[in-house]
Design a protein around this ligand. Structure first.
Ligand code: HEM
Length: 409
């Protein structure tokens, strides 16, 4: 039983409740709704997405290498989840000891996962056909998780005074960049590399572009982490250029083979995957206007609020497509696995993004637009929560009847 996915289902439910809380807090409908910002973002990133990745990366790497599925690692699951629970208690009350213990446990769990992935063979045994390891996602996962380690150190240290002796100029930005341009960008790219042939039924457009994309994303992320660390655009600008180039190249790899294939484009999940990238590109595309300090341009408003559109518009939306897909493959292995999402979730999650950005520019209606953004995001989560729980219930029912063995094929 993949306990990570059960935790994922719980965190998705919590994310929906927190988005509703944020909407009600913005509408000031009920004073005791507080819209706890840290929980709002981290139920998605550290909760739903991280649990899914920890549960599935070893399985995906083993399957891609034609190896048996690795045994469930209780040590990794326990350190990750005790760490998460400790942070969920320690951060809202700003208890430094709990923050330190929680961050350290999540750090240890990530180290153990990296060691496990490195221990798994990167390529099929001799004599098994289909390409070579350069096409596999494992290196993306290991590089991404290494950036996560940095994100954990900076995040844990944000309220423990570590940023001073680490000489970090803008620590929250370094934390966000390490976790988003580094950790999740690389891992999402690795998932596209590993799973595209399965759910799209054809290879990526240019298989030889995968290694250059890997290095452009990895070095681009480094520039985007060092830039705010030492407050120098000599790192941020080349970082942005490499990151943008790699992301467009990756998206073209995904879109070109499907161009004109109306049937595949009739899947809302595919639109979730592609449109999600608009929300990681939006802050990058406006960054030059902030760097150049264009008068009247709400640079501070963007830095304050854009992370939310990034997490809901890009991270969560990418999750809308992949998380149900993994639940199908694991809980209902005898049914055809399809990307998650619906036309309703697609419309709602992107309307949420537009309203959040509008709240940055139309400040007279800031609270109303901000609340409406969260209302759309809450609505977009409902079909995903219902799908995931329906799959879990059906899968567990078959488990009871001994029909399925919950093994990912
Ligand atoms: C052990 C892991 C982590 C810890 C201890 C941590 C801690 C923190 C802290 C203390 C803040 C500052 C909150 C504030 O000043 O308001 C923060 C903000 C943030 N973190 Fe994390 N974090 C972790 C993991 C992650 C991950 C995995 C991601 C994304 C992939 C992430 C994304 C963010 C974002 C986007 C913000 C800015 C939130 C906002 O401004 O609305 N964090 N984190």
């Amino acid at each position: 039983m993949n306990l990570y996915l059960l935790m994922t289902a719980i965190f998705i439910l919590m994310a929906a409740l927190m988005a509703a809380d944020a909407a009600l807090a913005s509408f000031t409908l009920a004073p005791w709704f507080s819209g706890l910002r840290w929980l709002r973002v981290h139920f998605i990133t550290l909760g739903a997405i991280t649990e899914t990745l920890f549960g599935l990366l070893p399985v995906i790497v083993a399957i891609r290498a034609g190896r048996p599925r690795p045994a469930f690692r209780w040590d990794i699951w326990l350190t990750l989840n005790i760490g998460l629970l400790t942070l969920l208690i320690g951060i809202p009350i700003v208890n430094q000891v709990l923050i330190f213990v929680g961050g350290t446990l999540v750090f240890i769990a990530t180290m153990l996962l990296i060691v496990q992935l490195r221990g798994l063979p990167a390529q099929k045994p001799a004599g098994v056909a289909e390409g070579n390891s350069t096409h596999y996602g494992r290196k993306f996962y290991i590089a991404g998780l290494s950036y996560f380690l940095l994100g954990i150190i900076v995040g844990t240290g944000l309220w423990l005074g570590w940023s001073e002796w680490l000489r970090i100029q803008t620590p929250v930005e370094v934390h966000i960049h390490a976790n988003n341009w580094g950790f999740l960008s690389l891992i999402f790219a690795g998932l596209l590399v590993d799973l595209y042939p399965t759910w799209a039924g054809r290879p990526l457009a240019w298989p030889r572009s995968i290694t250059p994309i890997f290095w452009m994303l990895t070095i681009g992320a480094l520039g985007l982490v060092l830039g705010p660390w030492v407050k120098s655009n000599y790192f941020s600008v080349p970082g942005i250029i490499l990151f943008l180039g790699a992301t467009f190249w990756l998206l073209l790899n995904v879109i070109k083979p499907l161009w004109g294939d109306r049937e595949t484009w009739s899947q809302p999940g595919l639109w979730h995957l592609v449109i999600a990238y608009f929300w990681i590109l939006a802050p990058v595309l406006v960054a030059p206007l902030i760097i150049l300090g264009v008068p009247g341009f709400p640079g501070a408003g963007i830095e304050q609020n854009a992370p939310q559109a990034l997490i809901y518009g890009w991270v969560l939306q990418f999750g809308y497509a992949f998380i149900p897909y993994f639940f199908y493959r694991l809980f209902l292995p005898h049914e055809p696995a399809r990307l998650g999402g619906s036309w309703f979730s697609l419309l709602m999650v992107n309307l949420g993004g537009f309203f959040l950005w509008a709240s940055i520019f139309i400040t007279d209606y800031q609270a109303m637009l901000h609340g409406t953004a969260y209302l759309f995001w809450t609505l977009s989560l409902i079909p995903i929560v219902l799908t995931v729980w329906r799959i879990v219930r059906a899968g567990l029912a078959r488990l009871d009847d001994g029909v399925v063995s919950l093994e990912m094929k």
